[in-house]
Design a protein around this ligand. Structure first.
Ligand code: ATP
Length: 197
């Protein structure tokens, strides 16, 4: 089974690594594809860093872990990008593979608002979810909104990681330390390219 981990990754941080690592372990994934989003349809209000910077930062984050692979499947096609369509494309390319979508609990709560959530759930063998501080999903309600979801959920059992890209961007802007909140090489990249200032 291959994991699909979609995100803006603006910037990637240690929460993303913990999530991908735990999902890979818990679901015995042979690979986790880090799908960098071009134009996130559900974050229209927020200006995001250019896709090539985000791609470079993800590449730095996952180097050295052979289970992790960068995927350009969204950035190389015109947006807006929907996870269900990405899964359809991946399934068409590799029809014999079982897929697991990997996400944080805030994304799970938002899933009913995504484009064709039922199709996404249908195409996934499993949906691996890491809990996130300050959010609490209601599985009964989610199942009512997207029937079939509950049976595919795999809640990951690791300590909460209270790190978000938004907070890192704020810390960079305010001159606060952030070096160990991001994977090796990413802090240097942010400084070198003067991102988030
Ligand atoms: P932002 O703060 O800009 O909203 P983010 O930190 O949530 O960004 P994304 O790139 O949007 O980062 O996240 C990609 C996926 O990783 C989402 O499914 C999100 O829920 C999950 N995720 C990110 N950070 C964490 C975390 N600390 N714990 C659990 N899941 C996380």
């Amino acid at each position: 089974m291959i994991g699909v981990f979609g995100g803006t990754f603006d910037p990637p941080h240690v929460g993303h690594l913990v999530l991908a690592d735990e999902a890979a372990w818990a679901l015995s994934l042979s690979k986790v594809l880090w799908v960098v989003t071009g134009e996130p349809p559900h974050k229209p209000e927020q200006p995001i860093t250019s896709v090539e910077h985000r791609i470079q930062m993800v590449a730095l984050s996952i180097r050295g872990d052979s289970r992790f692979e960068l995927s350009r499947t969204e950035v190389d096609r015109p947006g807006p990008h929907f996870a269900a369509e990405t899964l359809e494309l991946l399934t068409a390319t590799l029809p014999d593979v079982a897929w697991a979508y990997v996400m944080g609990e805030d994304s799970l709560i938002d899933l009913p608002n995504w484009h064709r959530p039922a199709r996404l759930v249908d195409l996934c063998h499993s949906i691996a979810v890491l809990r996130r501080p300050m959010v609490e999903s209601n599985l009964t309600q989610l199942e009512r909104q997207v029937p079939g979801l509950a049976a595919k959920l795999r809640l990951l059992d690791v300590p909460l990681v209270d790190v978000s890209a938004r907070d890192i961007r704020r810390r960079v802007q305010e001159g606060l330390p952030f070096r160990y909140l991001v994977p090796g090489g990413v802090a240097e990249y942010i400084r070198e390219h003067q991102l988030y200032l």
